[in-house]
Design a binder for this molecule. Structure first.
Ligand code: MN
Length: 209
């Protein structure tokens, strides 16, 4: 049976300094992300066990934990690949054009994603996603890793707003983290995801015009 696995970071722990410290990356990847990988695999085991025993008395709790851990794992995989020591600046090409069309300007988009991320109540994420029915970009705010998500959207760019993403380095100066991260976005990675998302077809006739 296939299992979820913790991918290696595509760069050294210190590669994103001074914007994100080596200590943050080491703990965030090796402890926090790993816990979601282990949690997702554990929930799958517990669900298989429940089917085996025909005991669905804890099904709602198990499904909730499955959504939380699988989403936590996949969002972190996206976050690591979205960042690069050679990142920063602004996107170009078709992604830049789509941002212009759907948000008015890059500055508007940057403010929208930053504000959506910073204002999560408790823990969460701000995400740039492709909505295949309207065929446009949208910014969504996730609570935890999965609540407030809209079905069918393809996440392209994920901004981790959990305290574990910044507190060791920035402490309560939260706004500094949300500013610094714009120096390390890997626009080539986000563009490649945008290109791939164009072929997603939900097959929902007349859902948008
Ligand atoms: Mn995280």
């Amino acid at each position: 049976m296939a299992k979820y696995t913790l991918p290696e970071l595509p760069y050294d722990f210190a590669a994103l300094e001074p914007h994100l410290s080596a200590k943050i990356l080491e703990v965030h990847h090796g402890k926090h992300h790993k816990a979601y990988v282990d949690g997702a695999n554990k929930q799958l085991e517990l669900l298989a066990d429940a089917r085996e025993k025909k005991d669905f008395s804890k099904i709602a709790l198990l499904e909730r934990a499955l959504a939380f851990n699988v989403s936590g794992h996949l969002l972190h995989c996206l976050y690591w690949q979205n960042l690069s020591p050679k990142g920063g600046g602004e996107p170009t090409g078709t992604l830049a054009a789509a941002i212009q069309k759907d948000f008015g300007s890059f500055e508007n988009f940057k403010s929208h994603l930053t504000e959506a991320s910073m204002t999560t109540m408790g823990s969460g994420w701000g995400v740039l996603a492709w909505e295949p029915a309207l065929r446009r970009l949208m910014v969504i705010q996730l609570h935890d890793h999965e609540s407030l998500a809209a079905v069918g959207m393809v996440p392209l760019m994920a901004l981790d707003a959990w305290e574990h993403a910044f507190y060791l380095q920035y402490g309560p100066a939260k706004a500094d983290y949300f500013k610094a991260i714009w120096n390390v976005w890997n626009w080539a990675d986000i563009q490649a995801r945008f290109d791939k998302a164009q072929s997603v077809d939900l097959g929902l006739k007349s859902a948008a015009a």
